[in-house]
Write a protein that binds this ligand. Structure first.
Ligand code: ADP
Ligand code: ADP
Length: 234
């Protein structure tokens, strides 16, 4: 049962210096409930691949299917509904600096129409889940990198998405904090049943939490399989 299928997906950027083929004929099925890793060098196409999954970038060839439905023919409104089922976290956290962390977590709930008291209650539950309820009044600048990423995770899953997209989510963190954030992502995958796609250039991230992995090289999928099969010692 796949939650996301990429079929013949390609992406060409037209720039003043000519065309850049960022993705070439990507075929991939992500299973519901798994933690799927995508690893590759800088410039391989990883960010473009996740940004195509939620249609922040529109593929120039092929398409993305979410729960069996192709995104290509959808209206703007339908795309927004699909995006509501996808949370995303980033290397640089992207928190709202002028709001405290409770209000950061409330933000997506309010946008999707949850009444303020209910949004605040839900946001508190999520801050509790990520271990930061005692800092609800703090502003992002007062938090460490690991704490900021915890808030970003709480915000990303606030509306109960089916999929969590992680774009180099631990790349700005030290090894110890990276381990804690990966444990939290795994916990959320298990407890909330959210499928996770992890983009990284770091092997240890893949080895510590992913069920399956795709290696992306020069805009193409080079290999896909279970982590223990792909990275087994000969
Ligand atoms: P990665 O995330 O693996 O580092 P990216 O997906 O960011 O790779 O980039 C893949 C290729 O596409 C690179 O050559 C990059 O310069 C190019 N690229 C990415 N986004 C754009 C864009 N908006 N315009 C032009 N080229 C882009
Ligand atoms: P990442 O490695 O996470 O992709 P980048 O710094 O490469 O981060 O990209 C940041 C932003 O710049 C993205 O929105 C990406 O689409 C855009 N971008 C990346 N490469 C290029 C490029 N060669 N030309 C124009 N925009 C680019």
């Amino acid at each position: 049962d796949s939650i996301v299928s990429l079929k013949g997906m390609g992406k060409v950027f037209h720039t003043k210096n000519g065309d850049v083929k960022a993705l070439d004929n990507i075929n991939l099925d992500i299973n519901r409930g798994e933690i799927f890793g995508i690893i590759g060098l800088s410039g391989a196409g990883k960010s473009t691949l996740v940004r195509c999954i939620n249609y922040l970038e529109i593929p120039t060839e092929g398409d993305v299917f979410f729960e069996g439905k192709g995104l290509k023919g959808m209206s703007e409104l339908q795309i927004r509904r699909v995006r509501r089922d996808m949370g995303m976290i980033f290397q640089q956290f992207n928190l709202l600096s002028q709001r405290n962390i409770l209000d950061n977590v409330c933000f997506p709930l309010e946008i999707s129409g949850v009444p303020k008291p209910k949004a605040r209650q839900r946001a508190k539950e999520l801050l509790n889940l990520v271990g930061l309820l005692d800092r609800e009044k703090a502003y992002p600048a007062q938090l460490s990198g690991g704490q900021k990423q915890r808030v970003a995770i709480a915000r990303a899953v606030a509306t109960n998405p089916k999929l969590l997209l992680c774009d180099e989510a631990t790349s700005a963190l030290d090894p110890n904090t990276t381990g804690q954030i990966l444990d939290l992502i795994k916990d959320i995958n298990k407890k909330m049943g959210i499928t996770v796609i992890v983009i990284t250039h770091e092997m240890k991230v893949i080895e510590s939490i992913c069920d399956r992995v795709a290696i992306i090289e020069n805009s193409k999928i080079a290999e896909v399989g279970k982590v223990e099969d792909i990275f087994a010692d000969p």
